[in-house]
Design a protein around this ligand. Structure first.
Ligand code: GEK
Length: 249
């Protein structure tokens, strides 16, 4: 698929609908091909967050700075920043370590970008040096990274941000109270059922994500951000156990 091709029509996510589909979840070609459908039907509040990222970009991106989308998948947040930025000289950078995602992301960004340059790199966030950033997005990405590496990543982001810059951190979270946690999980499963996923698909996806997506409490996230030096962090959006935090340097 060359970079000048039109994005292919998105397929419906049916990856977990046959019995036995339980190998650990990974961001391969199959997932990349159904990703827009998968994320829309699985993550409550996803569109609202993408629209919010555009609004934050309008307010936080300053002239001649970089804006990073870390774990960009198909570039939804990078594109939202490109729509929101008020400055022609904003350099938008998307990072993802899945070759299948990056290949499709480049095509999406070329087709749908607004005015700003968007560069997509196939590498890990851990390998990435951030500099001169006025905005950084980690939209449902940190949850896939080993817990022992999360503090270092948040610190790396803090170092790369200019004073006054913003980090948008969206995550699936763990509620500290077990009863409430189970309630939010059940309500999320209702949300998936209402979006057409069967009980088999829901349960097999859950098994596939075990030990791959590790959620943490909001307290852990706020503490980590404070430890890195962020002067404030606040939840600006939450639906069930899916939430988005804004942190300002
Ligand atoms: C969106 N932000 O649509 N380095 C780079 N990329 C990584 C790493 C890593 N260490 N670990 C995982 N990824 C997107 C959605 S999806 C979330 C993000 C989800 C990448 C991985 O390849 C995948 O594309 C992305 O992070 C997570 O706004 O699927 O729930």
């Amino acid at each position: 698929m060359s970079q000048h091709e039109k994005p292919r029509k998105t397929q419906r996510d049916e990856l977990f609908n046959s019995p036995g589909a339980t190998s650990p979840f990974c961001f391969d070609e199959q997932v990349a091909a159904v990703f827009p459908d998968m994320i829309q039907r699985s993550v409550p509040g996803y569109d609202f967050i993408i629209n919010g990222i555009e609004q934050f970009a309008e307010r936080f991106i300053t002239p001649a700075t970089n804006a990073y989308d870390l774990g960009c998948s198909l570039g939804a947040a990078a594109l939202a920043m490109s729509r929101g930025s008020q400055h022609i000289d904003t350099q938008i950078v998307g990072i993802d370590n899945s070759a299948a995602m990056v290949e499709r992301c480049r095509i999406f960004c070329e087709a749908y970008r607004h005015k700003n340059n968007i560069d997509i790199h196939c590498q890990t966030i851990q390998q990435t040096t951030l500099e001169n950033a006025s905005m950084v997005v980690l939209n449902f990405t940190l949850q896939f990274i080993e817990q022992s590496q999360r503090q270092a990543i948040i610190e790396q982001i803090y170092q790369g941000l200019n004073p006054g810059g913003v980090l948008i951190l969206s995550e699936k979270i763990l509620a500290p109270n077990p009863q409430v946690n189970q309630l939010l999980i059940d309500m999320h499963h209702d949300f998936k059922r209402a979006n057409g996923y069967s009980d088999l698909e829901i349960s097999q996806k859950r098994t596939a994500l075990e030990n791959v997506l590790i959620p943490e409490t909001l307290t852990t996230h706020h503490q980590r951000l404070a430890n890195a030096g962020f002067r404030c962090s606040e939840v600006w959006q939450q639906q069930y156990n899916f939430c988005s935090i804004l942190a300002i340097k």
